[in-house]
Design a protein around this ligand. Structure first.
Ligand SMILES: NC(=O)c1ccc[n+]([C@@H]2O[C@H](COP(=O)([O-])OP(=O)(O)OC[C@H]3O[C@@H](n4cnc5c(N)ncnc54)[C@H](O)[C@@H]3O)[C@@H](O)[C@H]2O)c1
Length: 262
């Protein structure tokens, strides 16, 4: 017997997001906040996590009833257990994980990068994706199926001068996504990575206001689409990959970069 989705039978296409339970890391601002808002607007319940508690609570409060905020360092395995418990207690088993939190240190040639700084970038950008997938997969199994989106970067597809740790961590996310897609396919879990180009978020806005942003705007002007992206333009891709519209996609690396990697 074929059992249709109730919304589809009413002629509504919610892409399986209505009633979904999503965890979005780094959701206090930038791409993570845009993704959390977009998932909620499509009917998903969302657990937002971040080290920035004040802003994280504020974004969750703006979203309203279907959102919770958890203070969370993504590089800490114990914190991940709390995040999954909060999601399950509030909304039930998890169906979507967006590993989005990340840090990008200022550019420095590799011989000037300290071991401690290198390790911190790898912990926050790379180890976090492993810990997140490991913590959330049992909950997705209880749900029956789900999707994971790991936010890498153009720096996970091509070398970036002065970004040894960031580039290493983001290439690792690209590779881990493909292994996870293989390991989890039999459990009905799809895993894909998203590769933003230059996006106008706090990460790329240096201290010093509009003037300090000028060199970044000049760089963007040389791209095929000659401007920085907006957080919603990345969230669109993340939400699509998390939805049932992407039901045949797994292990893919999808750039949203205005043509930077052409
Ligand atoms: N903005 C860009 O141009 C760009 C380009 C390529 C990739 N990305 C990637 O997109 C993702 C989102 O970046 P963004 O541009 O929105 O930056 P952002 O700085 O606005 O957001 C990143 C969020 O992660 C949080 N965070 C940092 N360390 C954390 C930790 N240990 N635990 C939990 N949260 C932590 C920050 O508090 C922040 O809210 C990152 O993975 C970044 O590497 C961004």
């Amino acid at each position: 017997m074929h059992v249709g989705h109730p919304d589809k039978e009413k002629g509504m296409n919610t892409d399986g997001l209505r009633g979904a339970v999503a965890i979005v890391t780094g959701a206090a601002g930038g791409i993570g906040a845009a993704t959390a808002r977009m998932l909620a607007s499509r009917g998903a319940n969302v657990v937002l996590t971040d080290v920035n508690q004040e802003q994280g609570f504020a974004v969750a409060a703006q979203i309203g009833e279907g959102a919770r905020f958890v203070a969370h360092d993504v590089s800490n395995g114990c914190d991940w257990k709390t995040v999954v418990s909060v999601a399950e207690d509030a909304f039930g088993s998890v169906s979507i994980l967006v590993n989005n939190a990340g840090i990008a240190p200022p550019p420095l040639p590799l011989h000037e990068v300290s071991e401690a700084d290198y390790r911190r970038v790898v912990d926050v950008n790379q180890l976090s994706c492993f810990l997140g997938m490991k913590a959330v997969v049992p909950s997705i199994i209880r749900r029956g199926s789900g999707a994971i989106v790991n936010v890498s970067s153009v720096a996970g597809l091509k070398a970036e001068r002065g970004a040894i740790a960031y580039t290493a961590s983001k290439f690792a996310v690209t590779g881990m996504t493909k292994v996870a897609a293989l390991d989890l396919a039999g459990l009905k879990i799809r895993v894909n990575s998203v590769h933003p180009g230059l996006v106008d978020t706090p990460m790329v806005r240096p201290e010093g206001g509009a003037q300090a942003f000028d060199p970044i705007l000049q760089f963007a002007a040389g791209l095929p689409i000659p401007r920085p992206g907006e957080p919603d333009e990345i969230a669109n891709l993340i939400v699509f990959l998390a939805s049932d519209s992407a039901s045949f996609l797994t292990g893919g690396s999808y750039a949203a970069d205005g043509g930077w990697t052409l």
